[in-house]
Design a protein around this ligand. Structure first.
Ligand code: FES
Length: 71
């Protein structure tokens, strides 16, 4: 699994093609290869990024975390 912290932006996660989103009583299977999560705190659709980080002037460096599930 690869987690990408985008410069001045969101957290991008490669899903492998789909993921399950659970919140409260809601559970939805979403078929997308990537999901973008908010790390600026300004999204109106948390936990997902809605692009609000741009207007908020969020500043943070880019970074990547790769998880090796074979280890
Ligand atoms: S990182 Fe995009 S809205 Fe927060």
């Amino acid at each position: 699994m690869k987690i990408e912290f985008r410069e001045n932006g969101s957290i991008g996660i490669e899903t492998g093609g789909k993921y399950v989103f659970r919140q409260g009583d809601q559970e939805v299977v979403i078929e997308k290869a990537r999901v973008s999560l908010c790390r600026c705190g300004h999204s109106g659709n948390k936990p997902f990024c809605d692009g609000s980080h741009k207007a908020a002037g969020f500043v943070a460096p880019a970074a990547v975390i790769e998880l090796n599930t074979d280890a």
